[in-house]
Design a protein around this ligand. Structure first.
Ligand code: GUN
Length: 283
């Protein structure tokens, strides 16, 4: 193995500590804590784990955490009514509705209802549009965390060839927009891309977000490339990423591990976005 292992866990811990310091200053200056409301509908065990860790991290960063757990059979109108109450609540700076929602609920309608200025997930079309046009707004937490790791690793990203694999609204599309804004030359690859290996072989930066264990092979990579693995796939024997780690680590210059790479950055960026929301709402 030759690649440097990018320690997302340590980077995220440092970011959470910085955010906690600013959150304490915010409380002293404003007389209230920055507040994050998290809504969980149903009993999905993975979602419940995420929501619990978000709540714990929020409190540890000296912010207020408001958890709303609703039954799996919650009606659309009741969920929308909760979002309306959170939109109107001055103690709530950020609102996160944990996805996926149970199948009978209209996810898009719920996300559209969140006040874009409290949309710390950055999933509202207004924030997606702001990102696409270079206006200030909220950027989805996972791609924001990936960008921070890349800038920490590589410094200026200008002129670099980047391949993003996966075109989801949550990771792939905003990641491509962020890298474009950072002056990379970006290829957004997906399940219909022909000869993915040829695209990847030209990339200085590879971001894998396809949700398939070990999908990206080390032999596809350009020697020295920086590899960001967003995948979290449960397989026999634990969690693995979308990149075949052992073969990739022989070719890449640097690579994020799974777990301990991108995952911890998502929550740290959520806290950061919530604090930014609090300052904007107070200002
Ligand atoms: N489900 C998986 N990741 C996320 C996320 O970042 N935000 C929300 N709201 N739901 C998720």
């Amino acid at each position: 193995m030759t690649a440097q292992i990018i320690d997302g866990k340590a980077f995220a811990a440092a970011l959470r500590a910085r955010v906690g310091g600013v959150a304490t200053a915010f409380e002293t200056a404003s007389g209230r804590k920055a507040g994050l409301a998290v809504v969980l509908v149903g009993e999905d065990p993975a979602s419940a784990v995420y929501v619990r860790s978000k709540g714990k991290a929020t409190l540890a960063a000296n912010m207020a955490s408001f958890e709303h757990k609703l039954p799996a059979d919650t009606a659309q109108a009741d969920l929308i009514a909760l979002v309306d109450r959170l939109n109107a609540d001055p103690a709530v700076d950020g609102i996160l509705v944990q996805l996926p929602l149970p199948a009978h609920l209209d996810e898009q309608a719920v996300l559209l209802r969140i006040n874009p200025n409290k949309d710390v997930d950055g999933f509202h079309p207004v924030n997606a549009g702001r990102l696409a046009t270079g206006l200030p707004g909220f950027v989805p937490c996972t791609p924001l965390g990936c960008l921070m790791l890349l800038q920490d690793q590589l410094g200026d990203l200008s002129g670099k060839e980047a391949v993003v694999i996966g075109r989801s609204n949550i990771v792939g599309k905003p990641m491509a927009a962020l890298l474009t804004a950072a002056s990379c030359t970006v290829t957004l690859a997906h399940s219909r891309t022909r000869d993915l290996a040829a695209h990847v072989s030209r990339a200085d930066i590879v971001v894998a977000a396809v949700g398939r264990a070990g999908f990206v092979k080390g032999e596809w990579l350009k020697p020295g490339a920086t590899v960001i693995d967003v995948g979290i796939n449960r397989v026999e024997g634990g969690l693995v990423g979308d990149v075949e780690f052992d073969s990739a680590a022989c070719v890449a210059g640097a690579i994020t591990p799974v777990p301990g790479g991108v995952g911890p950055m998502t929550i740290a960026c959520l806290l950061r976005n919530t604090l930014v929301a609090a300052h904007r709402n107070a200002g």
